[in-house]
Structure formats: C-alpha cells, structure tokens
Write a protein that binds this ligand. Structure first.
Ligand SMILES: *[C@@H]1O[C@H](CO)[C@@H](O)[C@H](O)[C@H]1NC(C)=O
Ligand SMILES: *[C@@H]1O[C@H](CO)[C@@H](O)[C@H](O)[C@H]1NC(C)=O
Ligand SMILES: *[C@@H]1O[C@H](CO)[C@@H](O)[C@H](O)[C@H]1NC(C)=O
Ligand SMILES: *[C@@H]1O[C@H](CO)[C@@H](O)[C@H](O)[C@H]1NC(C)=O
Ligand SMILES: *[C@@H]1O[C@H](CO)[C@@H](O)[C@H](O)[C@H]1NC(C)=O
Ligand SMILES: *[C@@H]1O[C@H](CO)[C@@H](O)[C@H](O)[C@H]1NC(C)=O
Ligand SMILES: *[C@@H]1O[C@H](CO)[C@@H](O)[C@H](O)[C@H]1NC(C)=O
Ligand SMILES: *[C@@H]1O[C@H](CO)[C@@H](O)[C@H](O)[C@H]1NC(C)=O
Ligand SMILES: *[C@@H]1O[C@H](CO)[C@@H](O)[C@H](O)[C@H]1NC(C)=O
Ligand SMILES: *[C@@H]1O[C@H](CO)[C@@H](O)[C@H](O)[C@H]1NC(C)=O
Length: 492
C-alpha cells in the first residue's frame, strides 16, 4: 500500500512537474528594433506581459530597451552585433562590454539577463568568412568576463547560428547523416566544446519559410506541421513529416559527430512572414504557428530528442520597416504584430490550438489621421515615376511588389501608396507631401481594399514634445527615467 501510494505520489508530482514546466518556461520572442518609428519600450514590455511572454531575445543591448525591461523579470538575451566581434577578441574590451551591458543591470529591479548572444549568424555563407576568426575568441572572452564578474552560473554566452552551418551529404540527405559544414567544422567543434564546458546552449535559427522561398520545388506541406506531406524516411527508419524536425535532428547528429551529443539546443529564431512574398500571408503564417505552437506546447520534442521542452524564440515581435531587404521584401514583415503592436491573426501561444487573439499594444500614440495621396489633377507621367521612385527609396514600399498585399493597385494607387508611406515615414512633415505639386493631404482614409494605407505612430520625441512642454515642475516619465539612470549610475 505504502509503496503504491508513494508511486502514485511520484506520478502526481511528475505530472504537475510537466505541466508546471511548460507554464514556467513558456515561449520566447525576438524583439528587433529596425523601424523608422519605434513603439516606446514600456508599451512593448506591457504587451509582452499581457501575452504571458516571459523571454525576449534582443539584437543589441540598447539602453532604452533595457530600461523598458527593468523590473519586469522577463528573461533577456542581449546581443553583440557582428560588427563588434573583432573588438571583443580583446579581453579588456569584452570585460568593459559585460560591465556596461550586463553587470550594470544586475540588481533587484534591474534586468534579468540570461544569455549574451555573441554575433548574429556570423558564419552565413554570404559573409564570405568575414567573422570566421573573431567569433570563437569573442565567445571565449565574453563568457570568461561573465565568469570573472561572478555571473557565469546565471548568464551564458552563446552564438546564434544559421542552419546552414550544418548539412547532410548529397548521397545521404537524412538527419542522421548531419555534419557541420566541412569548411567550418574545426571552429564549430571548438565552439561547441567551449559551450558544453560552460553549460551554455547551442543556439540555432531554423526557417522552414526560407526552405520554401529558396527552392521552387520544395514541397509546401513539408514546411507545416499537419502531417500532410509525404514523409522523408531516414536510414534508421524514422519518418519525418516536417522540415523543422528534420533540420533540428540534422543538428543533433552534427553535434554528436563532434562529440557533444547532449548539449542543450535553443531555437533562437523561427517564424513566418505575412507580406512581401507569394507565400507570405496571414493564412500560411497562421497555419505555421498553429502547428508549431501545438507541437511545442505538448513537449513532444523531435525524433532524436523526444519528449522534451524546446526553448524557442519566435521571429518576431513587430514588423520592422527599415530592415535590409537583401534576402527579400518579406524581411520587413516577420512580426506576429503589426508595426504598431496590433495582432495580425488569431494565435494561441499556450499551444492548445485555441482560436484566441493576442493582446495588442495599449496606449499607442499615433500621428494625426492624415494621409498623403496623388492629386487627381496631376498629369505629368514622367514626373510621376520619378517621384514614386524617390518616395520608395526613402520609405518602405515592399507591400507594392509582386505577391504582396498592395500589388493589385493601378498606377494612381501606386503613386498614392508611395506618397503616403513617405509622408508617414517623415512623421507627416508638411514639406514631405509635395512631390512637385503632385501630392495632397487628405483626412479621408486612403486605404484601398486589402491594401492598408497606414498612419505612423508618434515617436517618443514628438510624443514627449506634445505631452511635457516646458514646465520643469512636471514629474513625467522623462524625470522617472532620469531617476532610474541615477540609481543605475550610483550603484555601479
Ligand atoms: C496569462 O496567464 C494568466 C495566468 O496563468 C492567465 O490567467 C491569462 O489568461 C494568460 N493570458 C494570456 C493572454 O494567455
Ligand atoms: C553596450 O551595448 C551597446 C548597445 O549594443 C553598445 O553600443 C556599447 O558599445 C556597449 N558598451 C560597451 C562598453 O561595450
Ligand atoms: C562576398 O563575396 C561576394 C562575391 O565575391 C561579394 O559580391 C559580396 O559583396 C561579399 N560579401 C561580403 C559581406 O563581403
Ligand atoms: C583568418 O585567419 C586566416 C589564417 O590565419 C587568414 O588566412 C584569413 O585571412 C583570416 N580571415 C579574416 C577574415 O581575417
Ligand atoms: C476565430 O475567431 C475569429 C474572430 O475572433 C472568427 O472570425 C473566426 O471565424 C474564428 N475561426 C474559427 C476557425 O473558429
Ligand atoms: C483640380 O483642378 C480643378 C480645376 O482647376 C480645381 O477646381 C480643383 O480644386 C483641383 N483639385 C485639387 C485636389 O487640387
Ligand atoms: C514633366 O516632368 C518632367 C520631369 O520633372 C519635366 O522635365 C517635364 O518638363 C514635364 N513635362 C511637362 C509637360 O510639364
Ligand atoms: C505598381 O507598382 C508595382 C511595384 O513597383 C509594379 O509591379 C506595378 O506594375 C505597378 N502598377 C502599375 C499599374 O503601374
Ligand atoms: C483605414 O481603412 C482600413 C480598411 O479599409 C482599415 O483597416 C484601417 O484600420 C483604417 N485606418 C484607420 C486609421 O482608421
Ligand atoms: C492598418 O493601418 C492601421 C492604421 O494605420 C494600423 O493600426 C493597423 O495595424 C494596420 N493593419 C495592418 C494589418 O497593417
């Protein structure tokens, strides 16, 4: 009886443990800030809290973002951009970085930094090996600086890598045959052994969308999780029905190949864009996330690492209108929220597959409801093309391209779209709606069908200007920020 009771109790705790584990761990989110008009960090942090998002991954250690996160208890991955990797090969510089961007925030009410990302996909083939020599020394210096600062148990350095650092041979295209790319195998081996020694995870970005976007023959169902695709059967008999699992397990095999088969893996980025490509839309994004979240929520793991929680950061939080479009127009449309923090489609982050809505950003301040459009009297076609080109050089016209939500507009519609997006990007400055007299301002919503003519958000500078004019006695957020700064600088 006692034995039985003990067993039941054990089962009970195991069960509670499993459920508890998921609620505590939860999903992470990439928070990029390459936008002409950024939501105030406090607004974003409130939105994260409202959606129970307990982890974020940043691409730098920007002070305003960090101040927004202070006191929230959200786990944070801060980052060192590739351009600073060479500098970090000097130990004193790495130490100064850690002091300024990690240690400084390490107090009660500060920022809960958990990881430092050393570089961002530094071994992408398109970088031609530019960061090949600096990444490993930078990683060592940052982790050693964290260790020396007494933070090594709590904060781990890792390198978010793109999934093309490993591959399977052409004659054995299966996950079980995965190996690191031969040109970087030696440095990859050094990196993973160092990570393993420091109990730090391997971080990888996995993009089923890019598999589809880069090869026209890729079977579309294989990018999703609903089992609709013809399985790929590995030599060990395992059948793969989605490219995420296959890719993840190729990494598991590659890690085993260099002798660290058990190192934890964090998925640093995974997601689906909603515009700027023929496969980038709300329907497919919803289908992808619905399957992904259910998979993650059930802690089923992958065939080579079954029945386990996978730490995952979705890409990304918000659309970013100034990201490079070198890989494609879709780059500016990865957000699960629009640029202004509004949910795009139903999504259940808990993984129960409910048709629930995310909670949008609150207290967003917008510019006035004014659009800039083509003046119907304008007739000079030559000047029109030049003016559209001008607008689209300095503002984000990616929604006008083939396969995008505004692709169906006529020539006049194109011009109005371009003029408006430029006007909004210029924060509605009067002189930015001229275009040699071809444009005019209107207060009628200029949107056409599915093509949304946006109103930009008021940036913090214009917002502050309006709310706190000159009174030095008014205690508003600027003063509070100032107070925070004082606390921080006095403590450290
Ligand atoms: C967040 O978690 C709390 C407590 O578990 C729950 O009541 C709430 O519904 C959750 N909110 C969302 C948006 O999932
Ligand atoms: C801290 O991080 C910021 C933002 O990423 C960076 O510009 C700065 O150089 C870092 N500070 C030091 C001392 O390295
Ligand atoms: C890499 O090399 C290619 C071809 O030589 C060149 O076009 C490209 O600009 C290089 N990229 C970088 C980041 O150096
Ligand atoms: C990296 O080091 C190798 C060998 O020392 C050298 O040949 C190569 O030019 C270096 N690459 C860069 C990008 O500095
Ligand atoms: C999901 O909810 C939205 C409204 O929130 C509704 O329009 C839609 O029909 C629902 N979809 C399903 C499959 O129930
Ligand atoms: C277009 O031209 C007509 C005739 O000159 C004028 O009455 C009208 O106000 C003009 N419309 C705009 C929007 O400028
Ligand atoms: C049309 O615009 C072009 C370029 O601005 C200019 O060179 C040309 O003279 C204009 N034509 C007319 C008829 O106004
Ligand atoms: C509108 O602009 C898009 C993108 O530049 C272009 O593909 C399309 O042909 C244009 N439409 C017209 C009617 O000019
Ligand atoms: C303008 O209209 C579109 C639909 O036609 C709508 O989605 C959008 O929210 C409207 N914009 C504003 C600022 O009301
Ligand atoms: C459409 O525009 C409105 C107002 O500018 C904005 O709030 C909304 O997020 C936009 N919707 C989409 C799907 O871009």
């Amino acid at each position: 009886m006692v034995k039985f009771g003990g067993y039941m109790l054990l089962l009970f705790f195991l069960f509670i443990g499993l459920i508890g584990c998921r609620n505590v761990e939860g999903i992470g989110m990439n928070w990029g800030t390459m936008a002409s008009h950024k939501l105030p960090p406090k607004v974003v942090v409130q939105m994260l809290k409202d959606n129970n998002i307990s982890k974020v991954k940043l691409f730098d250690a920007d002070e305003n973002t960090m101040k927004g996160l202070a006191g929230s208890d959200i786990e944070v991955m801060v980052a060192i951009p590739n351009g600073q990797l060479q500098d970090m090969t000097d130990y004193d510089t790495a130490k100064a970085w850690v002091k300024k961007n990690v240690t400084r925030y390490n107090f009660k009410g500060g920022v809960n930094v958990k990881y430092v990302a050393v570089g961002n996909e530094p071994f992408l083939k398109s970088y031609n090996g530019s960061f090949l020599n600096s990444t490993f020394p930078a990683l060592q210096n940052i982790q050693n600086a964290l260790n020396d600062a007494g933070l090594g148990d709590k904060v781990k350095a890792t390198v978010p890598l793109n999934a093309d650092v490993y591959e399977s041979p052409v004659n054995a295209p299966f996950p079980s045959a995965g190996k690191f790319r031969s040109d970087i195998r030696s440095v990859m081996s050094d990196i993973v052994h160092f990570l393993s020694k420091n109990n730090a995870p391997f971080t990888v970005n996995i993009y089923p969308f890019l598999s589809l976007q880069q090869s026209p023959d890729f079977p579309i169902d294989y990018t999703f999780f609903d089992g609709g695709s013809k399985p790929v059967v590995d030599t060990n008999g395992i059948a793969y029905t989605n490219v995420f699992d296959a890719n993840f397990d190729t990494l598991v095999s590659s890690l085993k190949d260099v002798g660290v088969g058990d190192i934890p893996i964090v998925v640093g980025e995974v997601g689906w864009p909603t515009d700027g490509d023929k496969n980038a839309n709300f329907l497919l994004a919803q289908r992808f996330y619905n399957g992904l979240m259910k998979k993650l929520g059930s802690n089923q793991g992958t065939p080579l690492r079954p029945n386990q929680y996978i730490e995952v950061y979705l890409f990304g939080l918000l659309d970013e209108d100034t990201k490079s479009v070198a890989p494609g127009d879709f780059e500016r449309h990865w957000g699960i929220f629009t640029y202004d923090g509004q949910p795009k489609y139903p999504m259940d982050l808990t993984g129960q597959g409910l048709n629930s809505s995310l909670v949008g950003a609150k207290d967003v301040k917008y510019l006035p409801l004014k659009w800039c459009v083509l003046n119907p009297n304008a007739s000079n076609k030559t000047a029109l093309t030049d003016n559209i080109n001008y607008a689209c050089t300095y503002a984000d016209c990616t929604k006008l391209g083939f396969g995008s939500s505004c692709n169906g507009l006529d020539a006049q519609g194109n011009a109005s779209y371009a003029f408006n997006i430029y006007y909004q990007t210029q924060s509605q400055k009067d002189e930015s709606c001229s275009f040699q007299g071809m444009a005019m301002v209107t207060t009628n919503n200029a949107s056409q069908g599915n093509c949304n003519f946006t109103i930009q958000i008021a940036t913090s500078s214009s917002y502050r200007l309006h709310l706190w004019p000159s009174s030095p006695y008014h205690i508003g957020p600027p003063l509070l920020l100032f107070a925070f700064e004082l606390v921080v600088s006095f403590l450290f």
